[in-house]
Ligand binder design. Structure first.
Ligand code: SF4
Ligand code: SF4
Length: 62
């Protein structure tokens, strides 16, 4: 499961990178809609939100 943590600075970088538009604004920071996220399988070799985040706010469970 891939999630965005409280380190997110709402920079918007990841939003256009998501191939399935699974990233949306939550109460305080961006969040990943788990029902939509496909972990970028079939699109990119690694989760693109994780790849572009400048502050390491995306947790990929590793
Ligand atoms: S891992 Fe890929 S599909 Fe999931 S939210 Fe991030 S960019 Fe979107
Ligand atoms: S790229 Fe990182 S800091 Fe920017 S909105 Fe996405 S999760 Fe938040």
């Amino acid at each position: 499961m891939i999630t965005i943590n409280e380190d997110c600075i709402n920079c918007d970088m990841c939003v256009p990178e998501c191939p399935v538009e699974a990233i949306e604004m939550g109460d305080e920071h961006y969040e990943i809609k788990q029902s939509l996220c496909v972990e970028c399988e079939g699109f990119y070799p690694e989760p693109s939100c994780y790849a572009v985040c400048p502050v390491d706010a995306v947790d990929i469970g590793k």
